[in-house]
Design a protein around this ligand. Structure first.
Ligand code: ACM
Length: 482
């Protein structure tokens, strides 16, 4: 049976009481307070394979109560009280109750048949950073709506609350844009994945379905349209977006830094505004990611001209711009969020953006990139930022990472997963797990509570849950798997 502190990310405060275990029996009631109905139904679905329970809105004693309260501050904060006579989950908002349920899940037995007993005691928990993300590259290899939904289900276990979708790149364009149908007809067709892999794009309805599904799990989608570089797929579909209007060949190799939108052409901004308007309309979340990385085919002056035109468009359609940190080479509005992704020890532009009031997302490639190989024997992934074993993903801190970027300037952390070498969800899972839990713990848990030996032990205890759920993970030799 799990101990009360066998939880990833490690909660802020845990007070076990071994005399207070609670057993869920067939017929145990889940009591949904006002506003807690949706999370209560989710909990019932989670419990169903272990023990049949029912949801009720009538107050009463015993069972598992979910309550909204103004005694807790912060939407994602929660507390859990497990006592012999019942369990109470409390939070200020449904997102906090959902986080509490994710904690509760890790305290349940893994398979049906065992008594469904929860370890007694109290947990009080809250996140360190508001943004704890993962990025999935669906441009290099496409993943279907159902695959992305399954990925969302796997990441929410670790209280990840943002899913950044890298929707466009040199190889493919994966989101339907009204008025620009060739983007997906041509660059979402068969052969547009790396090395000519299969077709795929999201229609507007598909994308809305993903956004809704993510929202039902308290995950916000961050759509990325990468520009002014990484645009060969757009230019294959619309040669008018190139400097001389001439067709360019389709590219499905892994090169970067060769394509650029034309900063000096008005037609560029007509295209970009249409895209930003449509993507903003499909996105209830506050952020729209405009890429901005590796624009080696754009001069520094053209990059400045381009960003100076495009950043206000993001604001015009009601969103905050996130961009890879190269974006911070221009003067940013304080609503913009540079995402640091490289391996250098400092970044002048990012520090300058912080001085101007910007928040930052921290994603150093040599710590948080889920597409880096674990070690030289890893068959999937890349190694340009070195090998990233589980301890390397865990033993660092975002507040120490960049001069001029202190704790208060950090919006959060994100673990990007680029898909050049990943063809299946099993590939994606193998690179994600067990490193995403390390990044999730860095993003959620108190710094003083983090400890590698404790993390190793909790990770080992978690692994049978992946196996039971059919989720692949890398059996790192650093962990004593059961
Ligand atoms: C990146 O890895 N090019 C952001």
């Amino acid at each position: 049976m799990p101990q009360l502190d066998d939880v990833i990310p490690v909660p802020a405060e845990v007070r076990p009481d071994r005399a207070a275990d609670f057993t869920i029996n067939p017929g145990t009631r889940i009591r949904a307070g006002s506003g807690a109905e949706q999370v209560a139904e989710y909990l019932a679905t989670v419990l169903q394979p272990l023990v049949p329970v029912s949801v009720t809105s009538s107050p009463g004693d015993g069972g598992i109560a979910l309550e909204l309260t103004d005694e807790i501050s912060g939407d994602e904060a929660y507390d859990i009280d497990i006592a012999t006579r019942g369990v109470v989950l409390r939070a200020a908002a449904p997102a906090g109750l959902f986080a509490a349920v994710q904690t509760l899940r890790q305290l349940l037995p893994i398979s049906a048949g065992d008594p469904v007993t929860l370890p007694g005691g109290r947990i009080a928990d809250r996140p360190r950073f508001p943004y704890r993300g993962v990025m999935l590259d669906v441009a290099r290899h496409f993943f279907t709506v159902d695959e992305v939904k399954s990925y969302i289900d796997a990441i929410v276990a670790f209280k990840i609350n943002y899913l950044h979708l890298h929707l466009t790149d040199d190889q493919g364009w994966r989101l339907e844009i009204p008025g620009w149908s060739r983007l997906t007809e041509v660059s979402g067709a068969a052969g547009t994945g790396v090395d000519g892999a299969g077709p795929g794009f999201y229609t507007r309805d598909h994308f809305a379905e993903l956004v809704d599904y993510a929202a039902s799990r308290f995950v916000t989608i961050v759509p990325e349209i990468d520009m002014p570089g990484h645009v060969n797929a757009a230019q294959v579909a619309y040669p008018s977006l190139t400097a001389d209007g001439a067709p360019v060949p389709q590219r499905t190799d892994r090169e970067v830094g060769y394509s650029s939108l034309v900063a000096g052409a008005e037609s560029t901004y007509a295209f970009v505004e249409d895209v930003i308007r449509e993507v903003a309309e499909l996105t209830p979340g506050p952020f729209l990611h405009i890429g901005g990385d590796e624009a080696q085919a754009t001069s520094a002056e053209d990059y400045r001209i381009f960003m100076t035109r495009v950043l206000p468009l993001v604001g015009k359609y009601g969103k905050r711009a996130i961009g890879w940190h190269e974006m911070a080479s221009v003067d940013l509005p304080d609503t913009a969020v540079p995402q640091f992704w490289r391996v250098e020890e400092a970044d002048e532009g990012t520090a300058r953006a912080v001085s101007a009031g910007c928040q930052v997302i921290i994603s150093p490639a040599d710590r948080s990139y889920l597409d880096m190989k674990y070690d030289p024997s890893t068959s999937l992934g890349l190694d340009w930022a070195g090998f990233v074993e589980v301890d390397r993903a865990y033993n660092w801190d975002p507040a120490d990472r960049l001069p001029g970027v202190p704790e208060q300037a950090i919006l959060g952390v994100e673990a990007p997963l680029w898909s050049e070498s990943l063809r299946s969800m099993a590939d994606v899972q193998t690179m994600t797990f067990p490193r995403l839990p390390a990044i999730a713990e860095i993003g959620w848990s108190r710094r003083a509570n983090r400890d590698w030996e404790s993390f190793r032990r909790r990770l080992a205890a978690y692994a049978p849950r992946w196996t039971a759920a059919g989720v692949a993970f890398h059996p790192s030799p650093q962990i004593d798997w059961p």
